[in-house]
Design a protein around this ligand. Structure first.
Ligand SMILES: C[S@@+](CC[C@H](N)C(=O)[O-])C[C@H]1O[C@@H](n2cnc3c(N)ncnc32)[C@H](O)[C@@H]1O
Length: 367
């Protein structure tokens, strides 16, 4: 029975087991809520001391935000809770892609403009800048949001034509204004398409490179027939998807969650349809760069998590349950950065293990 989940948290988290070790987080040292000289950018060893539990809401903000809040509290002023605590993400996502037209969109604007995200976009653009692309490439930003990545790419690739696709008219309008503000003539070589993704009616082979950063494609149950038509019902994919969803880590300590296999199957298949859509948009031999939350470089993830990732991307090259899923991308290489962008995930899950990590980049070639 197909059952597309109404609300997606982030696409499958790429996590390996997190040892409770002290771990540095991008952003530098500062004194913080512990007030004991402890470095607040370090997670405590062996669980959380009581002050951490009491001040849970401090985490997930940028350090300047946390400092402002702490200062206000010290002055005895009432402080409003941070925005993410005021959002019921699950309920918002039940509204489908319109979620990003409202509070979730505002939340994302604040997040994606903070320092960790700005650093991440800069890093990703310079990483992409080192890839071999044609002299005047067409670059498509899949679910471009309000244009943080597009703007970086615009500056980095003066000869490129850029296309931003997103389902939120509000986000697109913000992206358009943003590029126009940066350069009055930007829209000569950047165009936007408002479209509900995945969208298989977009022209095939449109781009030399498709970029997909910090993805969160929201789907709603009434879209199930569309997903079914575009790969969700693919018989071999379903056999492989089921095997990947049911399989457990050989070492139970490596298990990253107690996922219900049916939900996991739905996520794998849903994300695979999105991967197929990206494959359709990139020309044969073209590239796809995916940037996702992770707490490890890809090769450091367990084999099972790597294979689930590859299945969704369309790059899985080994059989499961005696069958091989169709392969439409080849994984070339990737990298990983520790970064506080990971707290985007924490904001939605409120799960402490989602405060450690960063983002991982994968470069795929279209077969
Ligand atoms: C977390 S934001 C990431 C935006 C951008 N990639 C970035 O890095 O800033 C997710 C974006 O996906 C868009 N989105 C979510 N579901 C979508 C759907 N079904 N169709 C089109 N866009 C969608 C939202 O409007 C939002 O702009």
């Amino acid at each position: 029975m197909a059952r597309l989940l109404p609300a997606s948290v982030w696409t499958r988290r790429r996590y390996r087991r997190v040892e409770r070790r002290a771990a540095g987080v991008e952003g530098g040292a500062a004194s913080g809520p512990g007030g004991s000289g402890a470095d607040p950018t370090r997670l405590p060893r062996g669980g959380c001391p009581p002050w951490r539990a009491e001040r849970d809401e401090d985490r997930g903000e940028t350090l300047p935000e946390t400092h402002r809040r702490t200062a206000r509290r010290d002055r005895g002023e009432r402080t409003p809770p941070p925005r993410y605590l005021q959002i019921d993400f699950e309920r918002e996502f039940e509204k489908g892609r319109a979620a990003y037209d409202r509070v979730v969109g505002e939340w994302w604007r604040e997040r994606s403009e903070d320092r960790p995200h700005a650093l991440a976009y800069r890093n990703i653009a310079s990483f992409i800048g080192r890839l071999r692309l044609p002299p005047n490439p067409v670059i498509l930003d899949y679910a471009c949001g309000h244009g943080s990545m597009l703007l970086r790419l615009y500056k980095r690739f003066p000869n490129a034509r850029l296309i931003g696709v997103d389902g939120s008219s509000v986000q697109i309008e913000k992206a358009r204004n943003r590029l126009r503000r940066a350069d009055r003539r930007a829209l000569d070589r950047v165009r936007f398409i408002e479209s509900h993704l995945p969208d298989f009616s977009l022209p095939r082979g449109l781009a030399d490179l498709v970029v997909f950063t910090f993805p969160q494609i929201v789907a709603s149950p009434d879209e199930q027939p569309y997903y079914d038509k575009h790969g969700y019902r693919h018989p071999v994919d379903r056999v492989v998807g089921k095997a990947l969803a049911r399989m457990r880590e050989p070492d139970p300590e490596d298990e990253t969650g107690d996922d219900d296999p049916d939900e996991l199957f739905d996520e794998l298949m849903t994300n695979r349809v999105v991967g197929r859509n990206m494959r359709q948009l990139v020309r044969d031999g073209g590239l796809c760069v995916r940037v996702e939350y992770s707490n490890s470089i890809r090769e450091g993830l367990t084999q099972l998590v790597q294979d689930r990732t590859a299945f969704e991307e369309g790059s899985l090259d080994r059989p499961y349950a005696g069958r091989k899923a169709e392969r439409y991308f080849e994984y070339l290489f990737g990298d990983y950065h520790r970064s506080r962008v990971i707290e985007d995930v924490y904001h939605q899950t409120r799960d402490r293990t989602d405060m450690e990590g960063g983002y991982m980049t994968a470069v795929l070639r279209a077969l």
